[in-house]
Design a protein around this ligand. Structure first.
Ligand code: ZN
Length: 428
């Protein structure tokens, strides 16, 4: 049995009075509707009430985990996708290179101009983070070898504190403490005075000191002097947030005996896949936008099945991205591309192998174009099983077609339904 999971991110929308029809209803998505007619459909609540409906929580649920229990922060997922090995008690912090501005003598009185430092090139970001690490991170003997900065992409990096004894620099049992840290995503406070958002509690003093020192070090770095001369935003301070530990989840191999791969342009999703025991596959040109090379994802997924993988999890970011930008037309186009360039070729391939297969098709969460943000509302799903074909000509992959169908209360229950037919050891 082969398992294909296709997630058009944020595809579900609201039925509103203005447009009456949702993007899924308008889009030409014949493969999705055909799958719905031949499979079983319904609604599933991927993100529990009270949990922020981020793609991290929602995709954990899609893979059958409990976001309430298994998710602690975005940084560890990104760190895992960067290839950093995180132990159970290692805490990872998303570390932005940000642009602070102002003539103030006090760090606290500066304002935050840019959470992304003008999208600083990867190479310059790497040089700055390695410089910081040599002084404030692994290069500082007072850290006892427990703290390290890892360069990522552009302005997005990671700082990892290993579990261990307290250090001279004042951080102790971070594993027990990080949940009480008071941090703010920098993109939420642009143009504001940073003093109102800094980690000022006693147990956070260490991080505050590090941010202040980073400003002293970075503002005078050659790369930043050059950037200022060229009218670009300098990457003149660190900003830590989004910390947590890696999800302590059982890999799918252990739960279902399934060996699989994850294909996603987004670090977070890749990280979730890795934590779930899936192998991450990079697809050049697949970048999470409407211009993404989607056909490349289908080809890569087919390649994974040919390599003998039982499961391929394909995540496509574009519909969500278009909804965030408030563009209905682009969201519709993105869905049509997923249907034609990802789902179509994959179904053709799977049918052609003669092997039994199952497909799970669902958005991770809703991203209504009108709201331009995610919601916790249930989403439509399709489970197709080549061994149990139905034909219901009224069925469709739309919000309205499943409106009166049974609601599956969690992603975990849907995953069980999808992967069922296997015993504990994964034998079909
Ligand atoms: Zn999402």
């Amino acid at each position: 049995m082969k398992y294909l999971v296709v997630v058009p991110d944020g595809a579900a929308d609201d039925i509103d009075e203005e447009y009456f029809k949702t993007p899924l209803e308008i889009a030409e998505i014949p493969h999705m509707h055909e799958l719905a007619r031949r499979g079983s459909t319904g609604r599933v609540k991927t993100v529990p009430d009270g949990v922020p409906p981020g793609s991290d929580a929602a995709n954990l649920a899609v893979l059958g985990y409990d976001p309430e229990k298994d998710l602690s922060g975005r940084s560890p997922l990104e760190a895992v996708s960067m290839g950093i090995e995180l132990g159970d008690r290692d805490v990872s912090f998303r570390t932005n290179l940000v642009t602070l501005e102002g003539n103030a003598d006090n760090y606290e009185d500066l304002i935050i101009k840019d959470h992304a430092s003008g999208d600083i090139p990867d190479e310059d970001g790497r040089v700055l983070i390695e410089y910081i690490d040599s002084i404030l991170g692994s290069g500082d003997p007072k850290n006892g070898g427990r703290l390290k900065f890892y360069p990522g992409i552009s302005y997005r990096h990671a700082m990892v504190i290993k579990d261990g004894p307290p250090t001279e620099n004042g951080f102790g049992d971070v594993y027990d403490d990080y949940k009480n840290y008071n941090t703010t995503p920098p993109h939420d406070i642009l143009t504001r005075r940073i003093g109102d958002y800094l980690p000022l509690q006693e147990n956070e003093k260490y991080f505050l000191d590090m941010m202040k020192k980073s400003y002293e070090l970075l503002k005078n770095h050659d790369i930043n002097k050059q950037r200022v001369l060229r009218g670009l935003n300098p990457a003149n301070s660190l900003w830590m947030w989004g910390m947590g530990t890696r999800p302590m989840i059982k890999p799918l191999t252990e739960i279902y005996g399934i060996d699989g791969s994850v294909i996603a342009a987004v670090d977070l999703i890749k990280g979730i896949g890795i934590c779930a025991g899936l192998e991450p596959i990079d697809v050049p040109g697949a970048d999470g936008t409407i211009h993404s090379y989607m056909k490349g994802k289908a080809d890569a997924a087919i390649g994974e099945f040919k390599r003998g993988k039982d499961l391929v999890f394909v995540h496509i970011e574009a519909p969500d991205e278009c909804a965030h930008q408030g563009s209905r037309a682009e969201k519709i186009k993105a869905l049509e591309r997923v249907d034609a360039e990802v789902l179509g070729p994959l179904l053709d391939y799977l049918r052609g192998t003669g092997e039994d297969f199952k497909v799970l098709l669902l958005p991770d969460h809703k991203t209504p174009v009108k709201l331009r943000t995610h919601t916790n509302a249930p989403v439509p799903y399709v489970v197709y099983d080549s061994l149990q074909e139905n034909y219901d000509k009224y069925s469709a992959f739309t919000e309205r077609a499943v409106e009166d169908k049974e609601l599956i209360p969690t992603g975990a229950e849907l995953a069980k339904k999808f992967f069922s037919g296997m015993d504990e050891k994964g034998q079909a």
